[in-house]
Design a protein. Structure first.
Length: 425
């Protein structure tokens, strides 16, 4: 594979900003506390995030982790934050968690109309700002929300509809995403995770008012002792069709023919688990490949530190947060060459991008067998992850919301902001 050259395009004066770009943007932009004080001073005190699933949902993934981290950071900075999602079995409808209020009501699909109705009927707790998280099916906030509003769209879902739904429902989902929703969101400020995702959103959906705010990396992910004594490949993610774990099993089986000592671990759980197990059985991989299921944060750190390389054959990602989590632990990545991965991995520096299964297998063999290459990528992966923090993610997203609040204020010149407390030092 030839190395992809990164092009930096100058934005037109009316183009959206690149926000929260790791350490470089942190030094050039206000801190989260300063931006939060500006938001409070402008009357942006109560903020609501409207999402499909809660972080405690058994099927929670990167989108839910992202919303939780942003909500936690905003609450710590003094904002009154509510996250409204579908119900979680066995969990209370309302709970306080890490400084913000979680409201978990309605079913898996009923949450879309009911979430909108509940947000509109919130009375005295009506939010000053709304963040809609468009995860496949949108909440259609342009139809019912007036005032300060931004939409978080991690990536285009495209063929994902066909992977998880019946043909009729898949066609309906694609119709909403490709035809019905884009005209409604034409004037809405979107926030996405990567520049490659921003390009895809523009190309596929025709939406160009998009800011880029990369996700952070939790400080718990650090290098440490315990690297496995034999070549070990790790993959982390929900066991769902879009992650293409059966394909990854095939790729790893091809790698093992050239790296006989190879061991592999897949961390994650999901409704497609049986398909992954069957793929392992077909490949005769059950003796050297472990399906580890869910694990807690400390266990995940241990997996990242033991692995020689992280692998992903995913078909769609907004970023691929496991890539930079592993990188923070000094583990490089070999992943599919898709939007999202094209930003989380610096090809040839922090990992490798592969356009085909054969390229994926070849890149894995190269990293596992070439110690000099692997050590160089380890250093690059750690440096890449060091650029990212959840504080920068929360600050960049809040700046986007504050910019929309200023626009809404200009549309309503009679409104006066509420006073805010002085920032703490």
């Amino acid at each position: 594979m030839t190395e992809v050259e990164t092009r930096v395009e100058a934005d037109a004066p009316s183009a959206p900003l690149m926000l929260g770009l790791g350490a470089h943007a942190d030094t050039a932009s206000p801190t989260l506390e300063t931006t939060a004080h500006a938001a409070l001073s402008a009357g942006l005190r109560r903020v609501e995030l409207l999402a499909w699933r809660d972080i405690d949902d058994p099927e929670a993934g990167g989108s839910e982790l992202h919303a939780h981290q942003v909500a936690t950071k905003w609450a710590a900075a003094g904002l009154d934050v509510t996250v409204r999602t579908s119900a979680v079995a066995g969990a209370p409808v309302t709970a306080w968690r890490d400084g913000y209020r979680a409201v978990r009501r309605s079913g898996r699909y009923a949450v879309f109309p009911m979430g909108a109705l509940e947000s509109m009927a919130s009375g005295r707790r009506r939010p000053d700002g709304l963040v809609e998280i468009w995860n496949g099916m949108p909440f259609l906030s342009p139809l019912w929300r007036r005032g300060t509003r931004v939409v978080f769209l991690h990536h285009v879902h495209a063929e994902m509809w066909r992977m998880v739904l019946s043909p009729a429902l898949a066609r309906a989902g694609q119709l909403v995403e490709r035809r019905l929703a884009p005209p409604l969101y034409r004037r809405t400020r979107l926030v996405t995770l990567s520049d490659s995702s921003r390009r895809e959103i523009a190309e596929v959906l025709g939406l160009t008012r998009v800011d880029v705010v990369p996700p952070g990396v939790d400080p718990r992910f650090t290098p440490g002792p315990g690297r496995a004594p034999v070549p070990t490949v790790l993959s982390v993610g929900r066991l769902v069709p879009v992650k293409r774990f059966p394909l990854l099993v095939e790729v790893l089986s091809a790698v093992r023919r050239q790296v006989p000592e190879l061991r592999a671990v897949i961390v994650g759980e999901g409704y497609a688990r049986l398909e992954v197990v069957r793929a392992m059985e077909r490949a005769g991989a059950t003796e050297w490949m472990e399906l580890a299921g869910r694990c807690d944060a400390d266990e995940l750190v241990g997996h990242y530190r033991r692995a020689w390389v992280l692998a992903s054959a995913s078909q769609r990602e907004g970023w691929g947060m496991t890539v930079t989590e592993a990188g923070a632990c000094g583990t490089p990545a070999v992943v599919s060459d898709i939007a999202g991965h094209q930003d989380s991995v610096e090809h040839g520096t922090s990992g490798m991008l592969a356009a085909t299964p054969d390229e994926l297998a070849g890149a894995l063999v190269a990293v596992l067998t070439d110690r000099v290459l692997r050590q160089r990528l380890q250093r690059g992966a750690q440096a890449r992850a060091a650029e990212l923090s959840w504080a920068a993610t929360a600050e960049g997203t809040l700046r986007a919301l504050l910019a929309e609040h200023a626009l809404a204020g200009r549309r309503a010149p009679g409104s006066r902001p509420r006073p805010a407390p002085a920032p703490t030092t």
